[in-house]
Design a protein around this ligand. Structure first.
Ligand SMILES: [Zn+2]
Ligand SMILES: [Zn+2]
Length: 338
């Protein structure tokens, strides 16, 4: 019988450490040279609250890309300890500013003594610890403040593991986001700019900061120009059908362009699920107050012209149908692995 996969799936050399299932690689009939992530590229695939963390091994030690959500820090450190053993983590690099990607930065730097490199556009908000610019206070999310040692600009070459990665500007979901591309193996660490099925919420449009649809078009076009053979996304398993993923992403983007209210509905579904997962369960009354009191939710409700009351009814039905929550006695309980 197939073992049940635990909520947190750790994939190492193509095998899930949690359940022993081969996710990709030799036994799945694929040839090692062209069909697996190169040795020394390890993806720690996480639950809903945390982004994936990517570990890249080199002679000097490991580079870590992204550090998960702040409330999952203990789990992040345990996964890192298990993955690197006694070898050092020599730097931590971020793809973008969101709480699920940098929430564990401070704790990882404390534990491993590693410097943190961030995309250039984040230097100012991180330096000032501007919780609104970092999409924390205005989204009802949190992260522990940290200091960075270096910044990365689009076009820079970044040493991570034994490879040289090129930083690629992928705006849209986050206007300052970078993806990292390794040309010899064709591996792209895409953050939330491209997933196997879609991409991250177009926050800058929703918050009235920038035209995230136009920006995301640039990001997808930039990815399309690269000879990508593997994508390690910010969420979900690594995948190889890059053309298929791009096609789905373009389709979603055009659907957003045709009806921007879909951006707001997408944001509400995902961010309410996130808030609920962080807290485990919430009274419906508390949820209504959160929808009315957090800027991101207020703006999304304005876009689709729903009151908090109407939104609670709509979201309750949608999320319950999707299996993300269960409602009982005026309480919402999160059902997804956090
Ligand atoms: Zn993310
Ligand atoms: Zn993100």
């Amino acid at each position: 019988m197939e073992p049940e996969c635990v909520g947190i799936c750790t994939i190492e050399d193509g095998v899930c450490v949690g359940c022993g299932r081969r996710v990709y690689g030799e036994e799945s009939g694929e040839t090692m040279t062209t069909q697996t992530l190169p040795q020394g590229m390890v993806v720690l695939q996480r639950g809903w609250l945390s982004s994936n963390s990517v570990l890249l091994r080199g002679a000097e030690g490991w580079t870590l890309v992204d550090s998960g959500y702040v409330t999952k820090t203990e789990e992040t450190l345990a996964l890192l300890d298990a993955a690197v053993g006694r070898e050092p983590i020599v730097r931590l690099v971020n793809t973008h500013s969101h709480s699920d990607h940098l929430g564990g930065n401070a704790a990882v730097a404390r534990r491993f003594g590693c410097p943190i490199w961030v995309p250039e556009g984040l230097a100012d908000p991180i330096g000032r610890w501007d919780e609104a610019a970092l999409l924390l206070s205005n989204a009802g999310q949190q992260a522990e403040p940290f200091s960075y040692s270096a910044t990365i600009a689009a076009g820079d070459t970044v040493p991570m593991g034994e490879w040289e990665w090129r930083a690629v500007s992928v705006p849209g979901h986050d206007m300052h986001a970078l993806a990292y591309f390794e040309p010899s193996h064709g591996v792209l660490i895409s953050g939330d700019a491209l997933w196997e099925d879609g991409f991250g919420i177009l926050f800058p449009s929703l918050l009235g900061q920038a035209d995230a649809i136009a920006a995301a078009r640039e990001a997808l076009a930039a990815i399309e120009r690269l000879p990508v053979r593997w994508v390690i996304p910010g969420h979900g398993a690594p995948f190889r059908d890059v053309a298929g993923a791009l096609q789905r992403a373009w389709g979603r983007l055009e659907a957003f362009a045709n009806d921007p209210r879909r951006i707001a509905r997408n944001a509400l579904r995902a961010c309410v699920t996130f808030t609920l997962l962080e807290r485990g369960r919430m009274e419906e009354e508390e949820l209504r107050a959160t929808l009315a009191g957090v800027e991101l939710f207020q703006r999304a409700l304005d876009w689709i012209e729903l009151t908090p009351d109407e939104a609670v009814r709509w979201l309750g039905d949608e999320l319950e149908r999707a299996g993300a929550i269960r409602r009982a006695a005026g309480q919402w309980q999160a059902m997804l692995p956090a």
